[in-house]
Design a protein around this ligand. Structure first.
Ligand code: JHZ
Ligand code: ZN
Length: 410
């Protein structure tokens, strides 16, 4: 990694082609999870953030790779803050246990295991579990809570040690983490080393077609290096000696896909889903620039509309606050140029973010009690639900506390 803490790629991370085209340039942006204190502001780092696409294999990806040490060691995003996400992984474990016949005697290894949100329900169903996550504090808390977590990036060496110490894995998972790495091929090799005979690798990643068609530009941030299609995953899997045996749509994070890989020397028949997904005409649109130009236009129109609305309402004396301080909210706030002059504070229920400021825009993050302690005259008129994927539950929570402010998305 260069001294600046990032490098720019010249070649596609999946196929190695030099045919990369810019999709959108979001300017200089802080790291989306680098919440900070007042004292840290002078040291705050910004990095270019540019989305591009490969004209050969169609893979959508960032032009820049920020040093993962900078992004993931002091991580503050804790997955279990959102009850819907907890239920999602309970269901995930239930489905996998049934589908793969897991239980006592099986080993499940989760890459990017965070606070153990996914491994906990596997452990409750009798499986042995092992987490791997480079986030120092989160990994140690997960271990204390009973989910043994190796605090490191997942490499072939990690795979070798797990295999030697605990045994080969029947299931390796990587949810919301396979989009976060430049090390696509080293990770796939390491997973292969770790899998037991008949074992599978299951990932969940945001789906590029949902991303493009719904204009989810705020999910562009340095952590999200890849914006996967089934087609690009198929290309990567084939090159790494895997076969994709299943692709399913899941609703998390605005539309994701759950993809099951098996080493290609296993003899299973390819599931029909895969052929359907990979040949689906909808992914054909990735071959031309139209969908990307539409996406770009939609983002600019949305930015201009929102900024105008917020400024106008502020001039009329209306007050704005935010609810949820997700990583993606920081892309939107920074790209729109909204600061604490526009959004007075943001409520987040995660104690990891409270008392800190949002990266780049320096809006204070507070707990719900702060909002509840305001006098009626101080109540905001608008609540920007930055965690739009939890819009209904946040709106409901505010309603239960008697708040009548209008919930909006930015
Ligand atoms: P949420 C994360 O993105 C980070 P983010 C990561 N990089 C990634 O890839 C994606 O997930 C997929 C808060 N909240 O889950 C909690 C409340 O305060 O949308 C979170 O701070 N009260 C791994 O950060 C935030 O909102 C609530 O009632 O965009 C939600 O963040 C609820 C429901 C949420 O992920
Ligand atoms: Zn490519």
């Amino acid at each position: 990694m260069s001294q600046q803490g990032y490098h720019i790629i010249e070649k596609c991370r999946v196929c190695g082609s030099a045919g990369l085209s810019k999709v959108i340039d979001l300017g200089m942006q802080p790291l989306a999870n680098a919440f900070l204190t007042e004292e840290e502001i002078p040291e705050e780092k910004l990095f270019p953030l540019t989305l591009c696409r490969c004209r050969d294999c169609t893979h959508v990806q960032l032009r820049e790779t920020v040093d993962p040490e900078l992004m993931f060691r002091n991580y503050v995003y804790v997955s279990s803050t959102s009850p819907t996400f907890v239920s999602h992984f309970e269901k995930f474990a239930e489905d996998m246990v049934a589908r793969l016949g897991l239980g006592p005697g099986s080993l499940v290894v989760d890459i990017g295991s965070n606070d153990g949100i996914l491994l906990k329900p596997f452990q409750e169903r009798g499986c042995a579990v092992m987490g791997v996550d480079p986030a120092v504090q989160i990994a140690s808390q997960a271990t204390l809570s009973g989910i043994t977590t190796l605090c490191e990036f997942f490499t072939r060496d990690t795979a070798r040690r797990i295999r030697e110490d605990v045994g080969p894995a029947n299931l390796v998972t990587a949810t919301n983490v396979f989009a976060h790495t430049e090390e696509i091929y080293p990770i796939l090799s390491a997973v292969k080393d770790l899998l037991a005979e008949g074992g599978v690798f299951v990932i969940e990643v945001p789906y590029v077609m949902s991303f493009l068609n719904t204009g989810l530009f705020d999910t562009i941030y340095h952590e999200h290096i890849s914006y996967w299609s089934a087609r690009a995953l198929h290309a990567a899997a084939t090159r790494a000696g895997f076969r994709i045996v299943r692709v399913e749509k899941v609703t998390t994070h605005g539309g994701s896909i759950r993809v099951t890989f098996k080493p290609s020397d296993q003899t299973d028949i390819v599931d029909e889903d895969v052929a359907r997904f990979i040949n689906e005409q909808v992914e054909d649109s990735l071959k031309s620039s139209d969908i990307f130009e539409r996406f770009h236009r939609a983002v600019i129109v949305r930015r201009d509309k929102i900024v105008k609305f917020v400024k106008q309402e502020r001039e009329r004396g209306k007050r704005f606050v935010g609810y949820g301080a997700p990583a993606k909210g920081n892309t939107a706030l920074n790209f729109y140029g909204l600061t604490d002059q526009d959004i007075e504070f943001i409520v987040d229920d995660s104690s990891w973010k409270q008392s800190l400021l949002t990266p780049g825009t320096h809006i204070p993050v507070v707990d719900l009690d702060y909002l509840l302690s305001l006098s009626p005259e101080e109540h905001p008129h608008y609540v920007a639900v930055l965690a739009w994927n939890y819009f209904e539950e946040i709106q409901q929570k505010l309603k239960e506390h008697g708040f009548t402010a209008t919930c909006i998305t930015l």
